[in-house]
Design a binder for this molecule. Structure first.
Ligand SMILES: NC(=O)c1ccc[n+]([C@@H]2O[C@H](COP(=O)([O-])OP(=O)(O)OC[C@H]3O[C@@H](n4cnc5c(N)ncnc54)[C@H](O)[C@@H]3O)[C@@H](O)[C@H]2O)c1
Length: 272
């Protein structure tokens, strides 16, 4: 199999190392608008080939690629995912927050359907998506997410800056946001991708409720998912260690992409 990774930051670099060790892939391509980051990976991974971040070179490469992994940004999803799916190629999306926008989501989902390409969204930094998925086969009354993160995760957040909130000055746990997932991802595009994942699996962006908390003492990215439905009750809490290179991103998110790629490349799926 052949794979193309778009985005060589915390997740993309971890993925590249894993793909290097997977026998299912004989070669993989990488690109990033920051070319140095992509070239650094090429110097460490013999199976990796650099391609320049232009539409022409990416489109040319898509002709012999089986799967594209987006690990870049919401903007990259909006730009590249319709192109990739439009050529009938499968794509795995990490910046799932882009699908909170109804136009982007419908456009991408419709192209996938029309052209037959598959669109995968891994569970990312949260646990419990398996149970939520099963629960969605019957009535779900409520889905609530509480995310607790340290101040490093919220640096340069525009919504907080506009409100005059200085997370570095907080002395105790403080609620930064409470409301529907649709608004949460708008204000915190790098912090609550998981709220969009669970919304798309469960009861949607307007009914899924999100509470975002900053804990000055925390080094973890904690997600607590609570679901009530016809099946009963789920409470699932995940304490994630963040990437040193990007404290807003949890290591588990990269592992979820690696695990998803292994499943996509294999023939046996357990716990689907
Ligand atoms: N689904 C989840 O649970 C989950 C969890 C964590 C992060 N994420 C998302 O995954 C994405 C990657 O996370 P990360 O921590 O690796 O980010 P990062 O900031 O460490 O790296 C992103 C890389 O992508 C590159 N990039 C951005 N836009 C690009 C574009 N249009 N074309 C080419 N390259 C581009 C950047 O130059 C950077 O090197 C982010 O959008 C993040 O919000 C999702």
């Amino acid at each position: 199999m052949r794979l193309l990774i778009i985005g060589c930051g915390a997740i993309g670099a971890t993925l590249a190392e894993a793909i290097q060790g997977m026998e299912e892939f004989d070669i993989f391509y990488i690109t990033d608008k920051n070319e140095d980051r992509a070239r650094k990976i090429v110097s460490k991974c013999p199976k990796a080939k650099f391609i320049s971040p232009t539409d022409e070179s990416i489109k040319a490469r898509l002709k012999n690629v089986d799967l594209v992994v987006e690990a870049a940004s919401q903007e990259a999803v909006r730009h590249y995912v319709p192109i990739v799916l439009g050529m009938g190629v499968d794509v795995l999306v990490m910046s799932v927050g882009a699908f909170a926008d109804d136009d982007t989501r419908e456009r991408c989902f419709n192209v996938a359907k029309r052209k037959g390409g598959r669109l995968y969204v891994p569970s990312g930094a949260i646990c419990g998506t398996d149970g939520l998925h099963s629960a969605s086969a019957d009535v779900i009354q409520s889905v609530e997410l509480m995310s607790i993160k340290g101040p490093k995760s919220f640096q340069e957040n525009e919504y907080l800056l506009a409100k005059g909130v200085d997370v570095n000055a907080l002395k105790e746990r403080t609620i930064l946001f409470e409301g529907p997932a649709r608004e949460a991802i708008q204000h915190f595009p790098k912090n609550v991708n998981v709220s969009v994942t669970i919304s798309l699996i469960g009861i949607g962006l307007d009914k899924t409720m999100v509470k975002l908390v900053c804990d000055p003492m925390s080094d973890c990215n904690t997600h607590r998912l609570e679901v009530w439905g016809a099946f009963g009750h789920i409470v699932c809490e995940t304490d994630n260690l963040p990437f040193p290179s990007n404290p807003a991103t949890s290591y588990l998110a990269a592992l979820s992409a690696i695990a998803a790629i292994k499943r996509i490349a294999g023939n046996v799926w357990i716990g689907i």
